[in-house]
Design a protein around this ligand. Structure first.
Ligand code: KG4
Ligand code: ZN
Length: 340
């Protein structure tokens, strides 16, 4: 089954052709980083305008890269999938309208996908076959969620962030340090050259819950910088390394505690922050020590992309069939994970 999938929930316009839920025939991602960088965050109105401009070229390129001519669409594509939420209302609307239009012109079934399910199943994009149950940790600019995936489409949400998402904390601390947006990859790079033990920021473990809180670390960095303004590049690298260590250790501690508590032998990471080089090392090493298998998508599939949406759509139709009526499908900015 070949699926044309669209993703437009935030600031990436992406289209992908995915075969049988794992083989990516093409994936095209148009990033809006340049547009939003000067505001140090995504400006919703600018994002939806950019999606409108980008969506058609991105779809054409994805089909072209998959060697599919538009006139052969009916023969070559079986299903259209799109991100239905959560995300920015205007951004979601652009992908939804494009998907609905293509599906109705070519009379193809249409599958709405929850963006979080895309991140949860993105490790399958590269055919790293595993089966639930597993613990999912989604860490991105908008989300920090700890979820037990009992089966595909069957979830138990353990906890989430009480304030900033993990990626948001990286982006805000980067802004404090005078670095550009998005801050996660920049802090990550500088941290590689710094000393993670240079500054001791308190770890916000929030004992007794599976929730996270990152705004305290952000304030701790701010207070530290007021008392100790950055004096040179080495100092900057140390602040980045110490901050990164604090956030990643907190995520790692909670995830492994949850895996132990619920006797889960597999942990899956997804979302932009899982591209972080320290999180990849720390999870793999801690997983080896605790005999827990770790699945992390390659960096391309950690951040927002349509291939993960195609993958989640494939799993969904396998379980539920193709019963979606295009006229009833609407984007939902606050969409929650639901049972299939
Ligand atoms: O999944 P994503 O592309 O979009 C959302 O759904 O939010 O994640 C973007 C977030 C940004 O906050 C960015 O700073 C963060 O992921 N990020 C990273 C790294 N690469 C991206 N954070 C830490 N280390 C990285 N290497
Ligand atoms: Zn995302």
């Amino acid at each position: 089954m070949d699926i044309l999938a669209l993703e437009s929930s935030c600031d990436e316009t992406s289209a992908s052709v995915v075969s049988n839920g794992s083989k990516v025939k093409s994936v095209v991602i148009s990033s809006q980083i340049e547009i939003h960088a000067k505001f140090f965050g995504v400006v919703p109105e600018l994002a939806s305008r950019a999606h409108i401009e980008n969506i058609n070229p991105v779809i054409y390129q994805a089909l072209d890269k998959a060697n599919i001519k538009f006139e052969d669409f009916s023969k070559k594509i079986d299903v259209v999938a799109f991100t239905a939420g959560p995300g920015l209302a205007g951004s979601l609307l652009v992908g939804t309208i494009a998907a609905k239009s293509i599906a109705s012109v070519y009379k193809k079934p249409l599958i709405p996908v929850n963006h979080l399910e895309g991140h949860l199943y993105s490790f399958l994009v590269e055919n790293r076959v595993t089966k639930p149950p597993f613990l999912g940790l989604i860490i991105s600019g908008g989300h920090t969620e700890l979820i037990i995936v009992e089966d595909f489409g069957k979830y138990k949400i353990l906890g989430g962030t009480r304030d900033d998402a993990a990626g948001e904390a990286f982006d805000k601390v980067a802004k404090m340090l005078g670095l550009s947006y998005p801050g996660g990859p920049i802090i990550d790079k500088k941290a590689e050259k710094g000393n993670p033990d240079a500054i001791k920021f308190t770890r916000p473990y929030l004992k007794g819950t599976w929730d996270f809180s990152f705004s305290g670390i952000k304030t701790a960095v701010l207070n530290y910088l007021k008392a100790n303004p950055v004096k040179d590049e080495n100092h900057l690298n140390d602040v980045c390394a110490s901050f990164r260590q604090t956030v990643i250790e907190t995520l790692c501690f909670k995830a492994f505690e949850a895996a132990k508590e619920f006797n889960l032998k597999q942990i899956v990471l997804g979302g932009g922050v899982s591209a972080n080089s320290l999180i990849r090392k720390m999870f793999i090493e801690t997983g080896r020590k605790n005999k827990i298998k770790i699945f992390i998508p390659s960096p391309l599939y950690c951040t927002d992309n349509a291939a993960m949406i195609g993958c989640a759509a494939y799993l969904k139709q396998k379980k539920c069939g193709l019963t979606y009526n295009p006229s009833q499908l609407k984007p939902n900015p606050s969409l929650v994970l639901e049972k299939w």
